[in-house]
Design a protein around this ligand. Structure first.
Ligand code: FDA
Length: 402
């Protein structure tokens, strides 16, 4: 049995992993390769659903520049050990071993050339080689700690195990099978949970704001989005509900209700100075034509209207007036109405408190034989392949010892 939904479960295994996502499958392959008998259980009808839908169907499976600084956690040091012992280069070597074609899209983000399924197939092949068993459509009813090991009751029968690994991910996209199961298990064993919130998620805007920008959905531009200590220089996209695109998803991890987000709408330019230069070079050009060198015509019209600026030949503005227009157009401060929440969030911030977990093995410090890996932990990456790299690294760390 490798992947099945109907087989009789074994009465006992060395390692039982709950959750057949990125972290769970990596852990299964690693533990199986050490000769451990491994069973992976998942309540969904197929494994790795988030991998399949990731990266727009091409799975951004790691990032060339992965470093601990790319992760949020109450304890920023926690992720260091696992990331250092299973690096992006280790996963790239695995991708190359399986002959999967890939490319760097931007900012070190590695994507499959073909489809995300290549990564799921890689993980299943590794699990097969390691004789790890995987069983889908299996729900977990209860977990009991024994003198040594655990007894797990499931919809398909009872399984005893020496090591129990929780790899059930976070709360994002409940329609894909996400549940708070991992947090419930943590609570059952007295572990602390760092409050969770949706992250890497689009912003929503108030109805009045949306009405003012109703011609913009679909328009994109490069921005620097800043909030609190975060600042990201990437694309922003106007949508029917508000704002999305990489810059917005990234800054959403820093944003808290009621805070303003500041957008530099022309990063790399000093618009006040730039407009003066253009005035010197092309005094007869209309303001809107000059600004169309930076933004689309639709955006230019919108920005001018928002600030009540008439477009005239540059020579008709005074120098200080032109500088003031440049300054006003350059920045946009917005208090988003909210976010789209777990419905569309890529990840969940917060989770099982890493103070309760060994950073080397992912084993619970107070509950021998119980492990937490992947997104269920309070470790959340930036957008760009970092979250999968955490799943691979933490899954590997536990797989080496469980
Ligand atoms: P994951 O969510 O992958 O797996 C958890 C598994 O547990 C699932 O199979 C689920 O069915 C199962 N499960 C849950 N509750 C259960 C229960 N009660 N009983 C039994 N089984 C249960 N990251 C990245 O690095 N690059 C990318 O391109 C993307 N793209 C992306 C797109 C979208 C739309 C989303 C939603 C997310 C991403 N991500 C991403 C984030 C990435 O998918 C995520 O961080 C990892 O999948 C987390 O891996 P885990 O194995 O921890 O959880």
């Amino acid at each position: 049995m490798n992947e099945t939904s109907s087989s009789q479960l074994p009465e006992s295994v060395d390692v039982l992993i709950i959750g057949a996502g990125a972290a769970g499958l990596m852990c299964a392959a690693t533990a199986g390769q050490r000769g451990r008998s491994v069973l992976v259980l998942d309540h969904a009808n197929k494994v790795g659903k988030k991998i399949l839908m990731s990266g727009g169907g091409r799975c951004n499976f790691t990032n060339l520049y992965t470093a601990p600084e790319n992760f949020y956690s109450e304890n920023p040091h926690f992720c260091k050990s696992a990331l250092a012992r299973y690096t992006q280069w280790d996963f790239i070597a695995l991708v190359e071993k399986h002959g999967i074609p890939y490319h760097e899209k931007t900012l070190g983000q590695l994507f499959c050339d073909n489809k995300s399924k290549d990564i799921v197939d890689l993980l299943l092949a590794e699990c097969r080689a390691a004789k790890a068993q995987i069983c889908t459509r299996c729900s977990i009813q209860s977990i009991e700690a024994l003198q040594k090991g655990y007894l797990v009751d499931t919809s398909l029968g009872r399984v005893a195990c020496e090591s129990l690994v929780i790899a059930t991910g976070g709360l994002s996209i409940p329609t894909m099978g996400a549940t708070g199961f991992g947090y419930d298990v943590a609570r059952q064993f007295g572990l602390n949970i760092i409050p969770t919130r949706a992250a890497l998620v689009p912003f929503t805007q108030h109805k009045r704001q949306l009405e003012r920008q109703q011609e913009l959905p679909g328009s994109a531009l490069a921005v620097t989005a800043s909030c609190g200590e975060g600042s990201f220089n990437e694309q922003m996209l106007f949508t029917h509900r508000g704002l999305s695109g990489p810059a917005v998803l990234q800054i959403s991890s820093h944003w808290r209700e009621g805070q303003a987000v500041e957008f530099d709408l022309a990063p790399g330019y000093d618009l006040a100075e730039w407009l003066q230069q253009r005035y010197a070079e092309k005094p007869d050009s209309h303001l809107h034509n000059v600004l169309a060198e930076i933004w689309s015509k639709k955006l230019v019209q919108h920005f001018l209207r928002r600030h009540g600026v008439d477009s005239r030949p540059l020579k008709q503005y005074g120098a200080s007036e032109l500088a003031a227009i440049g300054n006003r157009l350059q920045t946009w401060q917005l208090v988003p109405a909210g976010t789209e929440g777990y419905r569309t969030a890529e990840v969940t911030l917060g989770g099982v408190d890493t103070d309760c977990i060994s950073s080397r093995t992912m084993e619970c410090k107070t509950q021998p034989g119980l492990y937490f890996i992947g997104e269920v932990l309070d470790v959340t990456g930036w957008l760009g392949g970092y979250n999968f790299q955490w799943a691979w690294a933490s899954g590997h760390a536990a797989g080496e010892v469980a």
